[in-house]
Every structure is written in C-alpha cells, then in structure tokens.
Design a protein around this ligand. Structure first.
Ligand code: B12
Length: 493
C-alpha cells in the first residue's frame, strides 16, 4: 500500500540548517506540494518492472522544485526504495551537473559506492546535523572538495574518499541537537491523506500526526538491524549506543508539535524503555498533554515484564499517556532463533505473554504482534513453533498479527553473514529487499515456500475485517512477474 514517507530525517536536517540561518525547503516527492494535485501524484501509482509501485510527482516537477537550490539532499532509509532515490540523483545530476547532491540514511551509507556512482556527490556516513553544515561551508566557498569533511564519503578525482565517523563527531547529549523543523513538512497534505506510520485510519478520522524520537540507539544488538553494526570503528561510529533527550527537551518538542496543530504523536524510539525509569517518568508527564500517543516502534517485550509477569506500572503509564496501539516485537517463538539472531531478547519459556496481552487489553490498548520467519538455518518446525505461538496469542487476545520474512538488509550483520555464507546472491535485486519477499537462497525452507507460508499465515491469523481494511488501502491490484509473487497479493503492501 502507499503511504507518505514523512521521515524524521527531513525536519532534523532542516532544523540544523535553520539554526545556522541557512535557507532550506523540504519537498516530499511522494506527495508534492500546493502545485500538485494529490489525486494524480499520490492516489495514482504506476507499477515498476520490479513490481513496486511508484508514487509521486513527475521528473519535471522534481527538476522545477530544485532548480534554485545549490545543494539537494536525498534521504534513503529503506533499501527497497533505493532504485527511485537513485533515479532522482541521476535525474538531478543529468540536468544540473553543477548542483551538489547529498544523500544520507542507513541505506545510503551501507551502499555508498553505488550512490556515488549514480549522481550523488556526498554520502553522509552517520547522523548528519553537524555534517550538513560542514558541507554548506565547503559549497559556500565555491569548492567541490569534500574530502576533508569527517563522516562522509565523496569522490575526489574519480576516487572514493571515505572518512569514518569518530567519537567526537557524534552528538552524545541529544539536548544539543537542533530542534526539528516540523513546520516545514507538508503536514496538511499528510493529514489529508491520513495514512500515518501505524494503525489504520481514514481521512474522516482527522488524524493530525507527526513523529518524535525521545532517545536514539538500542540496548539490543540483533543481527537483522543496522544498529548492531553501528559501533566504534564502523563508518557510522558508535551511534548505535543508547542516548536520551531530557524530559524538558522532549516536552518542548511536543509543545512545538501541538503549536502546529498536531493531535497524534508517534513515538518512534528504537528502544523507548532502554532506561526504564526514565521512560516511565517521561510518559507520566504526557498525561496532561492534549494529544494521543502511538508507539509503533521501539517497544520490547522484556521491558514490559517484571519477574516474568506483566509490569503493570509500564502498561498503566503507557495507557495513561494515551497510547492506544502497541506493537510487540516477538520476532520468533523459537529460543534458538531468538538467541542466535535477536539478542535473546525475551524468554519463550518464562514470560507469561497471555497475561501481558490481557493486561494491555484491559487498559484499552490494541495489540499487534510482530513476527519474523525465514532465518537462513530456520527449520520448518521452528517456523511452525512461531506460527502456533501467534495463533495461541490471538486466542489470548492479540488483535492483529504481522509476519515478516527476514531480510538481510545492507548495513546489517545479517547481510555480511548472508554474503559470506552464500545465502545472498552477489547480484541480488535491491528492489526485492522487502519484508514480504524471501531474498535468501540456500535456506532450509525454500524462498517460494516461505512466501507461501507467510501469506497463508497472515490470512489465517487475522480477522477478515482487518484484512479487508488493509486491502482497501492497496493502490492497484499488483501482479508480480516471476514465481515469487504470492506475498505481495496478500494486502499488506
Ligand atoms: C521510525 C521508523 C519507522 C517508522 C517510520 C519510518 C519513516 N518513514 O520515517 C515505521 C514504524 C513506519 C517504520 C516501518 C518500517 N521500518 Co522502520 N524504522 C524507523 C527507525 C526506528 C527510525 C527512523 C528515523 O526516523 N530515525 C531518525 C532520523 C533522524 O534518523 P535518520 O533517518 O537515520 O537520519 C539521520 C542520518 O541518517 C542522516 N540522514 C538521513 N537522511 C539524510 C539525508 C540527507 C540529505 C542528509 C544530509 C543526512 C541524512 O542525518 C539524519 C539526522 O542525523 C529506523 C531505525 C533508525 N534508528 O533509524 C527504522 C528503519 C528505517 N526501519 C526499517 C524497516 C526494515 C522497517 C519496516 C520494513 C519494518 C517492518 N518489517 O514492517 C517498515 C517498512 C516501512 C516502509 N515504508 O516500507 C529499517 C530499514 C532498513 C533498510 N535498509 O531498509 C530501519 C533502518 C531499522 C532496521 N531494522 O534496520 N519504520
């Protein structure tokens, strides 16, 4: 299905530029601006050869929007969207060779060589609130030599120069980050469309949403997540480390959002309860705020438990803060898989999950269970273990179930291992790096079988009304070329 991107990178980078008095505009090419008719740019997708849908403004409109800018930034956090990002960079470079094209985001940095050979001049290798200013300073003196800037990769005389991120390049105290420039986002358009980062809403729901992160980084180190690779000595530096904003800073950010008319705030931390007491105290302060809060990201089962039983304090505080929907990332119900791939992050044997679900429901929250299948050495029995568990938890009150196929995304340890062990062909198709596609080969359960299992399980584990709602959000009835097409037809895309 088609949703606007609305990534936090845009207001973050824009905020950093505004703080230094540098003129900046945000253009979300998926939905355009006042010059574009939503019916034609957003609601009318076209299908690419890969089967993905292209949604957004024409090439001409992109060129028109950027024609007066010196520097054009492109964000690339989702690998499956890389082809279209590179389409933009090539397009811009072909028409305006003198303009500087900068890219950032987890996918761009993991694939820096490919970006640099497709019209991008500079790839930011880490968080870039400071880096973007360094780049502007170079452009301002009419130079195109970015080779001395830290934490970027660039081309110098046709050779890639890549400067790793060092400890002092990172903003450790998140209160020192510039305030995100949410007011520059095309919010009215996002709200008119009404398809935020989680949940199912329609334009009639008047959902005026925005995202915040109260902390960055994660205390876990799961092999399918890029954070596991963001440590000392990596290109990105140690940004995987858990860092927090002060309560005052978070409340000020929320105040800024309310001032621009936001009524629903998506808390998108990687691990909201990384410091449990801090999160509890912070959430208590949300009680009096006139907005709903959503946690579609960053919850962890272990943080919701205390001595293997539901931690009522955590659940109560979430409910009182107005959280109406929770995503619980079980991933697997096989202890072996959890240990090997997911930092052993919850205990299948010890945790009383039906009690946890019951408590969350008691507090009025709708619970989605997130599961993953298709790890390279995962057996059919282990997959069934997870699906059986999901079935039992549905009986215990879980509202919906989401099942992803494990994807070895570039930049993650799982990617490196898949390459090394022959689970990923060197010529893999980046457009298929998507959670409904089985990308790995030489797996115990074959890719075709995995997609079939995923589709059937999703259909049998969810209510018909939910499936219909999801299907109603499909832009076109997609037909995939080739054999592995089944998963796309199940209404989750
Ligand atoms: C919030 C979030 C979501 C939200 C919203 C995403 C959105 N559109 O904004 C929701 C819940 C919807 C979501 C969903 C999914 N997500 Co998500 N999500 C995140 C999360 C936790 C935070 C992203 C964020 O806003 N970060 C804060 C911003 C400020 O950081 P940033 O984007 O990195 O930007 C900084 C730098 O990278 C750089 N930068 C970035 N862009 C640019 C551009 C320029 C020009 C410059 C100069 C610098 C720059 O500077 C910025 C400021 O420092 C990330 C993990 C993470 N920590 O980044 C995963 C992540 C992006 N998600 C991921 C995945 C896999 C998914 C799902 C597929 C999960 C699933 N199975 O359902 C879905 C798919 C969604 C889709 N569209 O297809 C992966 C993507 C990996 C990949 N290579 O594809 C990530 C990286 C997590 C992971 N597991 O590895 N996600």
């Amino acid at each position: 299905m088609v949703k606007p991107n609305g990534s936090l990178a845009y207001p973050q980078i824009a905020g950093a530029l505004l703080e230094k008095g540098i003129e900046v505009q945000i253009f979300d090419a998926c939905i355009g601006n006042d010059k574009d008719d939503l019916q034609t740019v957003f609601y009318a997708s076209t299908q690419l050869d890969s089967g993905l849908l292209r949604t957004g403004v024409s090439d001409e409109r992109i060129l028109e929007e950027i024609k007066d800018s010196h520097i054009i930034g492109l964000t690339s956090i989702f690998s499956a969207q890389e082809s279209m990002v590179l389409h933009c960079s090539r397009l811009i470079k072909a028409h305006f060779p003198e303009k500087v094209v900068v890219a950032g985001g987890v996918n761009a940095r993991a694939r820096k060589n490919i970006f640099l050979s497709n019209g991008v001049d500079i790839v930011c290798l880490s968080e870039a609130e400071k880096t973007i200013i360094d780049i502007v300073d170079v452009v301002a003196i009419n130079s195109r030599d970015f080779s001395t800037i830290r934490s970027v990769a660039s081309l110098k005389d046709g050779i890639i120069v890549s400067n790793k991120t060092r400890l002092d390049d990172i903003i450790w105290d998140l209160d020192e980050q510039p305030y995100p420039a949410w007011h520059l986002m095309p919010n009215e358009r996002y709200w008119q469309i009404g398809r935020p980062h989680g949940g199912v809403f329609g334009p009639q729901d008047n959902i005026r949403y925005a995202s915040i992160m109260t902390s960055l980084g994660c205390i876990f180190s799961c092999t399918y997540c890029h954070i596991a690779g963001e440590s000392d000595g990596s290109d990105a530096g140690n940004i995987g480390k858990f860092r927090i904003k002060s309560d005052e800073r978070v409340l000020k950010e929320i105040d800024n959002l309310i001032k621009i008319g936001v009524n629903t705030i998506y808390v998108e931390d990687d691990t909201l309860f990384g410091h449990k007491h801090r999160a509890i105290n912070l959430l208590r302060k949300f009680n009096t705020i006139d907005a709903a809060f959503m946690c579609v990201n960053g919850m962890n089962i272990a943080h919701m438990m205390r001595h293997n039983r539901p931690d009522e304090e955590v659940i109560e505080v979430l409910a009182q803060a107005g959280v109406r929907e929770l995503d619980l990332p079980f991933e697997s119900a096989s202890s072996r898989i959890l240990k090997k791939y997911a930092t052993n992050k919850w205990s299948v044997e010890k945790f009383d999950i039906p009690a946890l679900i019951g408590k969350c429901r008691k507090y009025g929250m709708s619970i989605n269970g997130a599961f993953m299948i298709g790890f390279p050495d995962e057996s059919r029995e282990e997959i069934e273990m997870t699906l059986d568990f999901a079935r039992q938890m549905r009986e215990a009150g879980l509202n919906t179930v989401n099942i992803s196929i494990a994807v070895p995304l570039p930049g993650t340890p799982m990617y490196d291992e898949a390459m090394e062990n022959g689970n990923l062909r060197p010529d893999f198709n980046i457009d298929k790096m998507h959670w409904l596609r089985a990308n790995m080969v030489n797996t115990l359960v074959s890719p075709d079988e995995l997609e079939e299992i995923q589709r059937k399980a999703w259909e049998s584990l969810n209510d018909q009304s939910y499936i219909s709602k999801k299907r109603a959000m499909l832009a076109v009835e997609p037909v995939y070329p080739g054999k592995n097409h089944s998963a796309i037809a199940n209404g989750q895309l």
